[in-house]
Design a protein around this ligand. Sequence first.
Ligand code: BLG
Length: 486
Amino acid sequence: MFSPTVLRPRWVKWLIATLLFLMLSACVDKPSTLERIKEDGVLRVVTRNSPATYFQDRNGETGFEYELVKRFADELGVKLEIETADNLDDLFNQLGKPNGPVLAAAGLVSSEQRQQQVRFSHPYLEVTPQIIYRNGQSRPTNAADLVGKKIMVLKGSTHAEQLAALKKQNPAIEYEESDAVEVVDLLRMVDEGQIDLTLVDSNEVAMNQVYFPNVRVAFDLGNASHQSWAVAAGDDNSLLNEINGYLDKVEKNGTLQRLKDRYYGHVDVLGYVGAYTFAQHLQQRLPKYEKHFRAYAKAEKVDWRLLAAIGYQESLWQPTVTSKTGVRGLMMLTQNTAQAMGVSNRLDAKQSIMGGAKYLAKIKDELDGKIAEPDRTWFALAAYNVGTGHLEDARILAKKEGLNPNKWLDVKKMLPRLSQKQWYSKTRYGYARGGEPVHFVANIRRYYDILTWVTQPQLEGDQVVEGNLHVPGVDKTKPPQDSPQL
Ligand code: BLG
């Protein structure tokens, strides 16, 4: 018979041994994904090389997903390493690999099928799948109208899943899935009439409308869905929780909205007519002046696309316009500015661009040394429009209000006050139409963004080239960092 008094010490020994074992094994346990990222100092992300996600421009790496995920890496205090997948299947495969990327930030919509493979974060962007057709063709209005059309979508996309579901109900619908193209290619193919229709998300349409004047939305196919980041399947929630916390934060503090406005807000800001018009002017007008923009921008060490954006804002790239106030030409120089910059004929496009470039460089140079980039560029643009004196007044007002006179976000709040007597009567330079430079800067930033996406990085050695507009997304050249980082 066992005596409990005899057994107790053995029980205790067993218990201690078990506890020790558990504690030790906890110590040598695998670190969580998040711990590993922090230990390695690197966040490895897989994405797609496309204008809506990630691409290289003259300023380096950019794109909506890139900017969102770069901020996340910065918050973790680690380096960001981007890898691009050839197609969606490849992307999901990479995410599942041991020692592969830990996160996919690629404009992915969560679907039931995909949830079997990966786990999705909180959503950050609402998108609607849209059927796209070519202007001038008959507009499809419902699923039955898809019959007999040449339709192409991305292989492995949720759009392919959607079409497969439609085909079950209506077997006459035919479509092709391709893993050799990106969304911009699909839109271009519709624009050029190589295919009749495609199905893409509304954010891609909004972003690319300015490049493809013939592309039109036929109808929304199904309900809005949400884009999320994806992590590999499993039960380690460390990274996913961190991502969700970050996404919630950027949603609340307005960062996410600012990014959405910059990448997808063109049509909202320009309006549909404005977007088509810009796309047309890009093809018809800019090529005539591009070499002057490039040459004088280079001479004055400013970004040529910024100069071109000013020219578009001022005159829609028309060399002979004159404002009510007698300001004239492609870069809208006043008589005084033209004289000071050595411009004898303001209606001569080349001279106007030369004068504008010189003036921009001069006022930028003269700004307070405490104003750092990119704000410095926005201040220079404001001064181009309203003059350095009035800008200085707005900076002083900002300081009096406890705002930062070296930050554009703060000074732009003060500028409109220069047209109200209670404020301008206390300033040195007095009345000014202070709302004008605020719109001026906002519009130019918009045009500048678009121009950076549609122009190739300058060739090696900065040769002056003409007519090299393209739709971005595939350029892998690593360009120099001499432009304002937006
Ligand atoms: C700018 C000048 C500044 C000048 C300000 O006016 O013109 N910029 C250029 O000539 C490039 O030099 O500053 S100041 O010299 O310190 O006084 C203020 O006078 C031009 C602006 C004026 C504006 N467009 C470039 O942005 C313009 O034409 N406004 C009138 C529009 S309308 O007539 O009401 O339609």
